[in-house]
Design a protein around this ligand. Structure first.
Ligand SMILES: C[S@@+](CC[C@H](N)C(=O)[O-])C[C@H]1O[C@@H](n2cnc3c(N)ncnc32)[C@H](O)[C@@H]1O
Length: 395
């Protein structure tokens, strides 16, 4: 039987800023219901709807911090989904091989692309539960270090795998002399696996300049993590990108729920890291793995894309308690009922057939694997102007 993640988890990790705003809305609703009219009890709903309207019209939420939703989302996955770690599929996706879905084939492919050898050091940014790092350490004999925003996942990787994982938003490394001293110049390879989609907020979907600064910060971080003398000096990125297929109202409907669930923005391929990283890196290869990503969800219903999960009393209790901590629990339920994730693959999203050419023509998203290599010689040491206020303490 699949392991219930809640048994090893801190069920409700943290009250955040969004929680405090949520409590204020609930209290105001109760006060209005008691003093004015029973309809006042729906004040929270009106406030959420009003904030959404402002968000879509002016591109900014007055009430909530969208970056906090990323962490909340992964806490939800940790507590609600079964066997997210160590299952051979974890939080990314598998390659489709003749023998079926294979995480090993994916890791072997990445190791080849990065030219990893025994004794080398790998840093995985947004490392999830650390399965890739465990592979690097145990199977390749590499030193393996992770950086992850989500405490439940970082704790798991430390506790179960004994890995060195820093619980941090990578953006904070750029302003942390302590983390810089520990991490900069230490690695032969850096990986970003299905995490980049969270780095730009939906609020900044039209702010190309801010997006460019965030991706440049990310590339600068990768460049600074690398040891310039390493024979690899490579970065491997796995990232969903938007296509320019025309949109209709359904697209925006599903995008709304996707953002409330996962929070983030998919870059266009010519505006994302591939473009931003060219200041520091040459492009080794770009590979389309959309069908592998989609079919991981189609063939394995424990995977987060088209997940069906087993409800237990603990999970129900968690969801009920979360109603008091997180304003977006109802959005999660609607996201599942809509099956929003699969919608973005366009027509026939559950097709069992691997057809890369067809998918390219119908999908609103494409998953690219991008391999980059640090350009030798003097490279820019800092982004022109940093979105996250870069101050490089280690020179
Ligand atoms: C879809 S999961 C992928 C996990 C893992 N890389 C894999 O492929 O299985 C995205 C991961 O990125 C992490 N993440 C998102 N934004 C982050 C940030 N700004 N800094 C560090 N980690 C981040 C999340 O906590 C989560 O572990």
């Amino acid at each position: 039987m699949a392991k219930d993640n809640t048994s090893s988890a801190v069920l409700l990790n943290a009250v955040d800023r969004n929680t405090v705003v949520w409590w204020a809305l609930l209290l105001a609703s109760a006060a209005l219901a008691a003093t004015l009219s029973p309809w006042g009890g729906l004040f929270w709903l009106a406030a959420l709807a009003g904030d959404d309207v402002l968000f879509w019209v002016f591109g900014r939420s007055w009430l909530f911090d969208s970056e906090l939703r990323v962490r909340r989302n992964y806490q939800w996955i940790h507590n609600m989904y079964d066997g997210t770690a160590g299952s051979g599929r974890d939080l990314g996706f598998n390659l489709v091989t003749d023998a079926g879905l294979s995480q090993r084939a994916k890791y072997e492919h990445m190791a080849r692309k990065l030219g990893l050898r025994k004794g080398m050091a790998v840093c995985d940014v947004g490392c999830g539960y650390g399965d890739w790092l465990k592979y690097c350490r145990d199977e390749l004999g590499c030193e393996a270090v992770g950086i992850n925003l989500t405490p439940e996942q970082a704790d798991y990787a430390r506790r179960e795998y004994g890995l060195e994982v820093h619980t941090a938003n990578w953006k904070d490394i750029l302003v942390s002399p302590d983390l810089q001293a520990r991490l900069f110049g230490r690695f032969d390879a850096v990986t970003f696996m299905d995490t980049v989609e969270h780095y730009v907020s939906m609020e900044d979907r039209d702010d190309l300049e801010k997006q460019r600064r965030i991706y440049e910060d990310m590339c600068l971080l990768a460049a600074r993590l690398l040891d310039e003398r390493s024979p690899s000096r490579r970065v491997f990125l796995s990232c969903l990108h938007q296509t320019r297929r025309p949109r209709d109202w359904k697209f925006y409907w599903h995008a709304y729920f996707m953002d409330k669930m996962y929070s983030g923005h998919y870059p266009f391929v010519d505006e994302g890291p591939l473009a931003a990283c060219r200041r520091w890196f040459g492009v080794v290869s770009v590979e389309d793995k959309t069908e592998d990503y989609r079919l991981t969800g189609v063939r394995d219903r424990r995977h987060f894309q088209a997940v069906s999960f087993r409800l237990t009393p603990r999970k129900l209790a968690y969801a009920a308690l979360l109603l008091l901590l997180d304003p977006h629990v109802l959005h999660r339920v609607l996201y599942y009922l809509n099956d929003s994730w699969m919608f973005f693959y366009g027509e026939d999203p559950y097709s069992p057939v691997y057809d890369q050419d067809y998918r390219k023509t119908v999908s609103w998203v494409l998953l690219y694997w991008i391999t980059l290599e640090l350009t030798p010689g003097p490279a820019p040491r800092a982004a022109a102007s940093s979105a996250s206020g870069l101050r490089e303490a280690a020179s």
